[in-house]
Design a protein around this ligand. Structure first.
Ligand SMILES: Cc1ncc(COP(=O)(O)O)c(C=O)c1O
Length: 388
């Protein structure tokens, strides 16, 4: 069966660099082979650099981003625990659902989709909840394109004595994520977004307070597969004990993706994402389109582009895919039919890709009767990038 080669400009996966895909074709070795063990140590060290943390317990869980979410919540929540979850999109909703399945009494802090979770709202919830065990928020809400600032929420949560759990699935590698500076106790991410690696692993990090909460548990962790204490025996340096057969080839890919990221430099990588987001915005403005998530808090790596009145959202998305081989995402929940989600993640975040998308989108809109000039849009994107 033939699989097309797409330009992946949706909410993930993003395109993986050739060397990441090639890494996956390296010969298989056993999961306790000294060569694989050395690779695991490298991955842990590089993940600490990328998460900006000194947390010993930093490694990739075998599974996608949702496995990382479950890993954090299932290890930190015991039945009856009071938990606060910020909900401003699909992934906050999912965290609340997972927390409730762990037996938590969940208090949600809701915000309009497209807006951020305000620190004041978290402060109010921390006062209202008698004994909050943890606060969980999504840093970069992929369903809406909003980036919630973490620093103040980190301080408030620490002052309350609760743990802070952060979803960094879409933020890691695309904008600043500073676990230690922001007082984040537990975090998870995914490989297929700004790390530009195929889906399949979920980098996680537990700090000392999270590990202390695990040691103080009264009940066994409900999940055997995701139990951090069992996984520690496999991932910790020294004597490794078989737990599960790690996806060897995925770890090869992650190793290469992290190597490329660190070669580029964290700050340089964030700046590239910012520059290309600004270029996209300039081009969209020239097309009469706008990014609809909260101003001042718009993600660089995921752009929620408003669909103009009278334009058929799904038809445009379909033409982009079928005629131009470009994938963009649809809106979810209340944003269904109202936005396109345009990802500029990791390897996909280039000025060339921004221009290719603007040319294709502009042409489709023009053919649908809109009065737009796609060449002017691409020129505006280039001028923005040249000026930054
Ligand atoms: C913010 C966020 N959290 C969690 C997930 C779940 O990750 P996965 O689909 O890899 O399981 C996603 C996926 O899009 C996401 O964007």
């Amino acid at each position: 069966m033939s699989i097309p080669s797409r330009l992946l400009m949706g909410p993930g996966p993003s395109n993986a660099p050739p060397s990441v895909l090639t890494a996956m074709s390296r010969p298989l070795v056993g999961h306790l082979d000294p060569a694989f063990v050395a690779l695991m140590e490298d991955i842990k060290a590089m993940l600490r650099q990328v998460f900006l943390t000194s947390n010993e317990m930093t490694f990739p869980v075998s599974g996608t981003g949702s496995a990382g979410m479950e890993f954090c919540l299932v290890n930190l929540i015991e039945p009856g625990d009071e938990v606060i979850v910020g909900v401003n999109g699909v992934f906050g909703q999912r965290m609340a659902e997972v927390a409730s399945r762990c037996g938590a009494k969940v208090t949600t802090v809701e915000a309009t989709w497209g807006s951020i979770i305000e620190p004041d709202a978290i402060a109010a919830a921390l006062k209202q909840v008698a004994r909050p065990k943890l606060v969980a928020i999504v840093h970069a809400e992929t369903s809406t394109g909003a980036l919630t600032p973490v620093e103040e929420i980190g301080r408030l949560t620490r002052d309350s004595g609760a743990l802070l759990v952060l979803d960094t699935v879409t933020s890691l590698g695309g904008c600043a994520v500073r676990l230690d500076d922001w007082l984040v106790d537990a975090a998870y991410s995914g490989t297929q977004k700004c790390l530009s690696c195929p889906p399949g692993l979920s980098p996680v990090s537990f700090g000392p307070r999270a590990m202390e909460a695990v040691r103080a548990r009264r009940h066994r962790v409900q999940s055997w597969y995701l139990d951090v204490s069992l996984l520690a025996n496999y991932w910790a340096e020294g004597q490794r004990v078989y737990h599960h057969t790690a996806p060897i080839s995925m770890n090869y890919a992650l190793h290469e993706a992290l190597r490329l990221l660190l070669e580029e430099g964290l700050e340089q990588r964030w700046a590239r994402h910012e520059r290309n987001h600004n270029a996209l915005r300039a081009g969209l403005t020239a097309l009469g389109l706008e990014i609809v998530s909260q101003r001042g808090h718009q993600l660089w790596q995921l752009n929620a582009v408003g669909v103009p009145q009278g334009v058929d959202e799904a038809a445009v998305r379909g033409r982009l895919l079928q005629e131009f081989n470009i994938e963009v995402g649809a809106g979810l929940g209340p944003m269904k039919g109202k936005i396109w989600r345009v990802g500029l993640m990791g390897h996909t975040s280039t000025l060339e890709n921004v221009c290719v998308l603007l040319m294709a989108l502009g042409r489709i809109l023009r053919e649908a009767g809109q009065s737009v000039d796609e060449r002017a849009a691409a020129a505006a994107a280039k001028a923005s990038a040249a000026g930054s």
